[in-house]
Design a protein around this ligand. Structure first.
Ligand SMILES: Nc1ncnc2c1ncn2[C@@H]1O[C@H](COP(=O)(O)OP(=O)(O)OP(=O)(O)O)[C@@H](O)[C@H]1O
Length: 828
């Protein structure tokens, strides 16, 4: 925004709307971040990756973002060891609460713990939100879940930059809402939640439809679109459990909430006696009974505390009856007191549950407070809110501008006075100890006879010539203040009642005597105890404490934004002493640092080297134009980055070398082991192979031997078989030969026998024939010669001899036969 060529409302608006059109909802204005509510989820804008990107990133390097603001606050806290605060401001519905949550999420991301021991602090802060919202938020015209209180969340860090505790402080709870609402708004969520509670609780507290209660039926809005009150009731109960509120305390809390609803239904009627009132009807009687029952106090005392007022005068104590109107105002006062005490109790309980770190060195505060408000009807709440914003604006002016200009004079630098809206006169008008609006209001509250009209008259009288105060025409009790952001007309009618924040003594007496320790405990705060009964702590005067320690804001009323841009562009927002400057930026020119130069000269040289112009060098300080600090920081970051790179390179090289050597050693070790193992394995394998070869060889040999033996055996067997066969065949053939020989012999002998027989037969035949022939011849011879008969006889003898020879031959044939038989037998 500070770089816009023309700086006026249209160009700023145009810039914002163009950026909004491309979902760039954030815009920088110097160190202020303007956030435009997108009214739609942009989850990609807030995820963890985005957080990581913004971690330590130089401002302006990335798109403007709420994380960048949190990052600056955190880094500054770590670097300088100083606490920081971030102010989140804007009108209702602008997105303050959402932005606060984002800031806390980012801070938790940077400094969060691992939460190894139960829930982390940041988690507990976020978990307490539903409780705070149920009791401190309500539907307004602009926001269905509008926070009706200001909040300062203090996140404490330990020396290591880790979150070590947190505290929530609340401001300006809108008390009047408890008794008064206008259509279409709602009262605090908790009333509707309780009316939607489970049936047994409804019966226990004698509740019913919200429309039956005066404090709720002043508006026609009972339900919220998309919100289920019954479910929200259970969620709130669960959140109460988480925060550590016991079941008894929870029961007491809702009993008190129910009592307030019944209290609102107690109505009054005029008594016969002037200026006195009594309960209007039976219904009021019932509600009084119920209120007393729920608050566990005496119903008569309750009635007395509402319808009467005790006046303490130096002479005596007077009990004054109140008229019905005043009794109703008194009743509402009691309701508001109880409710605000209840809210304070819840905040205190949450703080105990979250836990503070007493040793915390630094903190980051996030102040979530309404911005400037101007409505059709502006009452005391708007007055307080606008006063707060005036104070914040003053702080901003002081911080950025007023103090600067004083410094310029002191440092004798060249500068021209820059006009700026100094709101000191408005602050004087409001808060001046004597005669300021708040002082006059407190004064009016102290006088029983004062009315808002007498108060207004006093204002008109006192400030008739004040240029920031206007008495509007045609009104008797309104007044207008010209705030830095514009004119606002206030209606003073409820100023007195709303400013009376003191607890009426009768109310305190009544409730501190409650049989319920929770209720009596609400009215037993040490500060209250010490307070004098006649004094009260007016809300208006208490506001002065709302001061953040350092200004770093997000958003502002539009006029404030323009003013901020203008101031940013015109002055010298950054100053630092020469030595601070040299300490921070000396590294940009180390050669100068090494020389023994005067500090001022050294600073000048650095500017020359960086080719920066527009700055100023005072007597002891350097004054930088807007953006020059960031520019120098960017150079410094570059030098640091480069140095860091060199250091890292060396460190990495060293550590790498070391780890390399170690690794090498280790790998050698491993390799040698490996080789040894491998060698052993190989050797083993070889041995196994060799053994296998040997076994195989042996086996083969065995096999060969066995088969050789087998073959030999077979051969021998075969041979012997063959031989036996041969022998047998030889033997057989010999036997056969023998037999054949025998046979032949036999055959021959047989043949010889047969031949012999044949021969014998032939010889017999021939002999016979011969004998016959001889006989014939002899017969012939005998016949012829007688003497030849003797010869024949002789020849017969001879024949007989021959026969004898043949017989001999026959004998030998027998022998042959025997021989043959024996030969035959041996063959077989
Ligand atoms: N950054 C955001 N992204 C998306 N929606 C947002 C964002 N900021 C605000 N909203 C929407 O706007 C609504 C109102 O925001 P929020 O309650 O934070 O306003 P507020 O300024 O705290 O209002 P009030 O002063 O009334 O409490 C939220 O409920 C949410 O829907």
């Amino acid at each position: 925004m500070t770089k816009l060529l023309y700086l006026h409302e249209p160009s700023v608006l145009h810039n914002l709307s163009r950026r909004y059109g491309i979902n760039e909802i954030y815009t920088y204005t110097g160190n202020i971040l303007i956030a435009v509510n997108p009214f739609k989820g942009l989850p990609e804008l807030y995820d963890v990756e985005v957080m990581e990107k913004y971690k330590g990133a130089a401002i302006g390097k990335l798109s403007p973002h709420v994380f960048a603001i949190a990052d600056i606050a955190y880094r500054a806290m770590i670097d300088e060891g100083k606490s920081n605060s971030i102010l989140v401001s804007g009108e209702s519905g602008a997105g303050k609460t959402e932005t606060t949550k984002m800031l806390m999420r980012y801070l938790a991301h940077l400094g969060g713990n691992n939460a190894s021991e139960g829930r982390s602090v940041e988690q507990q802060v976020l978990e307490s939100n539903p409780v705070l919202e149920a009791f401190g938020n309500a539907k307004t015209v602009r926001n269905n879940n509008s926070s009706r209180f200001g909040k300062f969340v203090e996140i404490q860090f330990n020396e290591h930059g880790r979150i070590s505790g947190a505290a929530i402080r609340t401001y300006l709870l809108e008390r009047s809402r408890v008794c008064q609402i206008s259509d279409p708004e709602r009262n605090y969520h908790c009333f509707y939640l309780l009316c939607a509670a489970p049936q047994e609780e409804i019966e226990k507290y004698k509740l019913g439809n919200p429309s039956s209660f005066h404090y709720l039926n002043q508006s026609n809005c009972y339900d919220l679109v998309g919100v289920n009150d019954a479910r929200e009731y259970l969620t709130t109960r669960r959140a109460m459990d988480t925060v550590g509120i016991s079941k008894e305390d929870q029961e007491a809390i809702f009993r008190v909430v129910a009592a307030i609803l019944h209290l609102g239904n107690i109505n009054f009627a005029k008594e016969e006696e002037a200026d006195s009132s009594a309960l209007k009807d039976e219904s009021s009687q019932f509600h009084l009974q119920m209120t007393a029952e729920l608050l566990m106090c005496d119903p008569h005392s309750l009635e007395g505390a509402i319808c009467q007022r005790i006046m303490i005068t130096p002479e005596e104590i007077i009990k004054k009856s109140l008229n019905p109107h005043d009794a109703a105002v008194n009743r509402d006062g009691l309701a508001k007191t109880i409710y605000s005490r209840l809210f304070e109790w819840l905040v205190a309980k949450i703080n105990v549950s979250i836990g503070q770190d007493p040793n915390s060195t630094c903190l980051i505060g996030v102040l979530d407070i309404y911005g400037f408000e101007s409505f059709k009807t502006n009452s005391f709440e708007q007055f307080c809110i606008n006063f707060t914003n005036e104070k914040l604006q003053q702080h901003f002016n002081q911080h950025v501008f007023k103090m600067d200009q004083q410094e310029y004079v002191k440092e004798e630098i060249d500068w021209s006075y820059i006009e700026f809206i100094d709101n000191q006169d408005i602050l004087d008008l409001i808060e001046k100890k004597t005669g300021g609006i708040i002082a006059l209001l407190d004064e009016a509250c102290m006088f029983p006879k004062s009315t808002h009209e007498t108060f207004a008259q006093k204002l008109y009288q006192t400030f008739k010539d004040h240029k920031r105060f206007i008495k509007p025409k045609l009104t008797r009790a309104d007044f207008t203040i010209v705030h830095y952001a514009g004119e606002v007309q206030y209606q003073s009618d409820l100023f007195l009642d709303k400013n009376k924040d003191y607890v009426v003594p009768e109310h305190r007496e009544l409730l501190s005597a409650s049989r319920c320790s929770f209720v009596s405990g609400l009215f037993r705060s040490p500060t209250e105890e010490n307070a004098k009964p006649s004094k009260f702590s007016a809300i208006g005067s208490r506001l002065e404490n709302a001061k953040p320690s350092k200004f770093s804001s997000i958003g502002s009323r539009f006029k404030g934004v323009l003013e901020a841009i203008r101031i940013k562009c015109s002055g010298y927002p950054t100053h630092m002493t020469f030595s601070e400057f040299l300490q921070r930026f000396g590294m940009l020119a180390p050669e100068i640092l090494r020389g023994d130069y005067e500090e001022r000269v050294a600073c000048k040289w650095i500017f020359e080297k960086m080719e920066l112009t527009g700055h100023q060098l005072g007597k002891t300080k350097v004054f930088l134009r807007s953006g020059q600090g960031a520019e120098l920081d960017a150079h410094r970051a570059r030098v640091l980055r480069n140095s860091a790179a060199v250091i890292q390179r060396h460190a990495k090289a060293r550590s790498d070398r070391k780890s390399f050597t170690l690794q090498r050693q280790a790998s050698v070790h491993i390799q040698s082991h490996w080789r040894g193992k491998r060698a052993r394995k190989l050797y083993k394998e070889k041995r196994e192979d060799a053994a296998a070869v040997k076994i195989q060889r042996n086996l083969r040999r065995q096999l060969a031997t066995r088969s050789y033996n087998g073959i030999r055996f077979s051969a021998v067997t075969l041979q012997s078989g063959l031989r036996a066969m041969a022998a047998r065949s030889e033997f057989r053939s010999r036997e056969q030969n023998k037999a054949a020989t025998a046979l032949q012999a036999y055959w021959r002998s047989h043949k010889a026998v047969s031949d012999y027989k044949k021969l014998k037969e032939a010889s017999v035949v021939s002999q016979c024939s011969m004998s016959e022939r001889i006989a014939e011849e002899e017969t012939m011879n005998l016949n012829m010669e007688e003497e030849e008969t003797d010869d024949l006889e002789l020849s017969y003898d001879e024949l007989r001899e021959k026969l004898e020879e043949l017989k001999f031959h026959l004998l030998s044939e027998k022998q042959l036969r025997v021989r043959y038989k024996s030969a035959l037998f041996s063959i077989v």
